[in-house]
Design a protein around this ligand. Structure first.
Ligand code: PAF
Length: 284
């Protein structure tokens, strides 16, 4: 049986016993409702480390919308079964209660991520990255892994976690992993399980549009490509575009003047009914 801990003391004790034996520890933080994208992160962590801690915790402080928090899927039993298909010996799960991880006081710390926090998701989801920063810092302090794994679907989050680790001089590697997609092209997300059939059928349009935008970016300005994408979504009666932005990969600032020395990425957020979906693509 895979070990599932709900208390940080248990997790700290087991991880320090691993470390005292000279074993390497990988960490995959999740909010549960695991899908193949998460499992790929865990597989990568298993390849590179002797032991892997997977946290499962729906973090209340990173939700700006209480309905979204309430509806977020919670499937701990099934998540554990899925992880057991990968390894029963090498993985431990830390699934804390709010009280355990926040010590009874679930509020966010306020962070300065050198401006990364004000772009895109930070602009549309008030306080989101303070919540993410608070919980990830807390987990890293408890688990103290050698390596931690994050998906590129949340590319802005990945950049922010790298900044967090740099600012707090935390001794670990942050490893970004590529986006996993359903066969339709839709980026895998725990939220996909909430899509009604009509929206699920239409959602692959998001990645199709990103791919088309990438092609257009070869010969068109960022502004032109953005206008084109906005038009595609205004012609779509099912999906509602929240933002499409072409940004500098490092600063995440919207590109104004293009430079050959820089790399760019397109970022998108879309509502499919009440389900908010995000995705992104490297452009050059
Ligand atoms: O990406 C997520 O699932 C969450 O933002 C994370 C990193 C587990 C923090 O709650």
């Amino acid at each position: 049986m895979l070990k599932v801990f709900t208390e940080k003391e248990q997790t700290i004790a087991v991880v320090s016993s691993y470390k005292s034996k000279g074993l390497s520890v990988g960490f995959v933080p999740t909010m549960g409702a695991l899908h193949h994208g998460h499992l790929a992160l865990v597989e990568k962590a298993l390849d590179n480390n002797d032991k892997v801690v997977v946290s499962i915790f729906v973090n209340p402080t990173q939700f700006d919308n209480s309905e979204d928090l309430k509806k977020y899927p919670r499937t701990l039993g099934n998540d554990v079964k899925l992880l057991e298909t990968l390894s029963k010996e090498k993985i431990i799960v830390y699934a804390p209660t709010v009280d355990d991880i926040y010590e009874g006081y679930a509020v966010s710390q306020s962070f300065d991520f050198d401006g990364l926090e004000f772009e895109m998701e930070g602009r549309f989801r008030q306080g989101h990255f303070d919540g993410v920063g608070t919980i990830v810092k807390r987990f890293l302090e408890i688990v103290k892994p050698h390596n931690a794994y994050f998906g590129e679907k949340d590319f802005q989050q990945l950049q922010i976690i790298k900044k967090l680790v740099e600012k707090y001089n935390m001794p670990l590697n942050i490893i970004g992993c590529k986006i996993y997609r359903e066969t339709s092209g839709l980026a895998m997300s725990s939220r996909n399980t909430r899509l009604k059939p009509e929206y699920k059928n239409e959602a692959p349009f998001i990645y199709e549009t990103l791919k088309a935008a990438k092609k257009r970016f070869d010969t068109n300005s960022a502004n032109k490509v953005t206008k084109w994408v906005e038009k595609q979504f205004s012609n779509d009666n099912i999906l509602e575009l929240e933002y499409f932005i072409i940004a500098d990969t490092d600063t995440l600032k919207t590109v104004k003047k293009r430079s050959n020395k820089k790399t760019y990425r397109a970022f998108i957020a879309v509502y499919a009914d009440d389900v908010r979906l995000i995705d992104n693509i490297a452009l050059n």
